[in-house]
Design a protein around this ligand. Structure first.
Ligand SMILES: [Zn+2]
Length: 419
C-alpha cells in the first residue's frame, strides 16, 4: 500500500512538472552562432529556460504545445546601442540639448518603458542602453520589468554618459551653468574619470559609456586607461562613442570593449581592433535617416557624403574581420514608422556592405550577447539558455528581411505574441 501511494505521488509530481512545460513544434530553427539550420525541431521550455531541443524529443504528457511548424525560429534579436528614453525631435534645427532640457526623469522613464515594450513585441529580447536617460531613468524601467510589473527585454544600462567638459553640448553661454550634468558627468582627468565610473556603478550600471570625440578636445590615453581599469576591476565593460582619428587611436590602445559609431576608422585601426578583440558597434545609419536627422553640430559631412562612407567602413570592417555587434542608436521619429521599423531599416545598409544574412543575424544575436557578457544565458537556442525565442514565416539566414515579419515572441518562456 505504501508503495502504491509513493508511486501515485511520483506520478502526480511528474504530471505537475509536465503541466509547466511548453513544447514548441518548429518548422526550422536557425543557429546564428554556428551558421546552421535544423528542420522539424521540438523545443521544450521549462521555468523560462530551454530544457531540450532536437528532432526526436518526446513531448511529455500535460505539456502545452505551440504549433510553429510552418515557421522559422531564431534566438531573440539584440540591439547593442539603444537610447530607450530619448527622442530627437526632427524637422527644424533644434539643438541637441533641447531634446532633454524640457523633459523630467519620470517622463523619460515612461517613454523608455513604452519603447522597451515596443522593441520586445518586435522581437528584440535584449538591448544595451547607452545613456541619455536623465537621472538614471532606465534603472527604474529595468527594475519595473524585472519586478514583473511589465513585459520588456533584458536591459543592460550605462547611466550617465561620461564625457570631457560640456557633455555633447557646445558653446552654451556660461550664464546657463552646467545644465548638461542632467545627462552627463564631466570627467577631465584620470582621477575624475575613476570617480565618474564609480558613481555610475554605484547607481547600478552594467556598462560604462564614454564620449571621446564630440568636441574639438578629446580623451587622452591616460584618461581612457583609467576608465577601463576602474570598470574592468568592477566587472563592467566600456563602450566609447568615437568617430575616428587620434581619439580612436587612444580608445583602441586603451583597451575598451567596444567602439560605437567609428564612421571614419581606417583599415589600420580596424586591424588593431581585431587583434585586441574590440567590438565595433557601427550604428550604420541609413541614408533615409541621415536625411531626416541632419548632420548634427556640423561634425559630419552632408548625408550624401556620409552615407557611402558608412557603408564603406562597414564593408571594410567585415572584410578585415573585426568582431561586430548590431546597434542602431535610433532616436528619431518618423511618421507612420515605429521605432523597431526604423531599427530594421538598418538592414539594407548591411546588405549593401556585402555582408551575408547569416553573418548579420549573428551580429544581432550571439555576437551582441558576447559583447554584453550575457552569452552564457542568451543569444542562442540550446539547453540551459533562456527561452528568448522569435519566429517568422521565412528563413532569416536566407533573407535577413524576414525579420520584418516576426509574428511570435517568447521572453524568458512567456509568450509575448503569437501568430
Ligand atoms: Zn548613441
Amino acid at each position: 500500500m505504501k508503495k502504491l501511494v509513493a508511486l501515485l505521488v511520483l506520478a502526480m509530481a511528474a504530471r505537475v512538472v509536465a503541466q509547466n512545460t511548453i513544447a514548441i513544434r518548429a518548422g526550422g530553427v536557425v543557429d546564428p552562432a554556428k551558421g546552421s539550420v535544423a528542420r522539424n525541431q521540438i523545443i521544450l521550455v521549462e521555468k523560462g529556460k530551454i530544457k531540450e531541443i532536437g528532432a526526436n524529443i518526446r513531448i511529455p504528457d500535460g505539456a502545452s504545445t505551440i504549433d510553429l511548424s510552418s515557421e522559422w525560429l531564431s534566438p531573440g534579436l539584440i540591439d547593442a546601442h539603444v537610447h530607450l528614453t530619448l527622442t530627437e525631435v526632427t524637422g527644424g534645427n533644434a539643438p541637441f540639448e533641447s531634446f532633454y532640457l524640457k523633459e523630467g526623469t519620470t517622463y523619460r522613464g515612461l517613454r523608455g518603458l513604452r519603447n522597451a515594450q515596443d522593441l520586445l513585441r518586435a522581437g528584440f529580447t535584449a538591448v544595451r542602453e547607452l545613456g541619455n536617460d536623465g537621472d538614471y531613468a532606465t534603472e527604474d524601467v529595468r527594475r519595473a520589468i524585472q519586478a514583473g510589473m511589465f513585459d520588456g527585454p533584458t536591459i543592460l544600462t550605462s547611466g550617465k554618459i561620461i564625457a570631457p567638459f560640456g557633455g555633447q553640448s557646445t558653446a552654451i553661454p556660461p550664464e546657463q551653468g552646467p545644465f548638461w550634468r542632467y545627462e552627463y558627468i564631466d570627467a577631465d582627468t584620470p582621477e575624475e574619470m575613476r570617480k565618474a565610473v564609480r558613481q555610475n556603478i554605484y547607481y547600478g550600471v552594467d556598462v560604462i559609456k564614454l564620449v571621446a570625440d564630440n568636441s574639438p578636445f578629446h580623451y587622452s590615453l591616460e584618461e581612457i586607461k583609467a576608465a577601463v581599469d576602474e570598470a574592468h576591476h568592477a566587472g563592467r565593460t566600456v563602450a566609447v562613442h568615437v568617430y575616428g582619428g587620434e581619439a580612436a587611436d587612444n580608445v583602441i590602445e586603451g583597451g575598451v570593449d567596444s567602439l560605437e559609431h567609428g564612421f571614419f576608422l581606417t583599415d589600420e585601426q580596424l586591424q588593431k581592433m581585431k587583434r585586441k578583440g574590440i567590438f565595433l558597434v557601427g550604428t550604420d545609419t541609413p541614408r533615409s535617416q541621415l536625411d531626416v536627422e541632419g548632420t548634427s553640430g556640423g561634425i559630419f559631412p552632408p548625408p550624401e557624403v556620409l552615407a557611402p562612407q558608412i557603408i564603406d567602413r562597414l564593408r571594410r570592417a567585415y572584410r578585415i574581420g573585426v568582431k561586430m555587434a548590431f546597434g542602431t542608436d535610433t532616436v528619431i521619429e518618423i511618421r507612420n514608422k515605429t521605432r523597431p521599423d526604423l531599427m530594421l531599416d538598418y538592414l539594407p545598409v548591411w546588405r549593401e556592405a556585402g555582408i551575408p544574412a547569416p553573418e548579420i543575424l549573428k551580429c544581432m544575436t550571439s555576437n551582441a550577447a558576447e559583447l554584453m557578457h550575457i552569452n552564457q544565458q542568451r543569444g542562442s537556442l540550446a539547453p540551459g539558455m533562456a527561452a528568448d525565442v522569435i519566429a517568422m514565416p521565412s528563413n532569416p539566414m536566407e533573407d535577413i528581411e524576414s525579420l520584418r515579419k516576426i509574428n511570435f515572441v517568447m521572453k524568458d518562456g512567456k509568450v509575448i505574441r503569437r501568430p
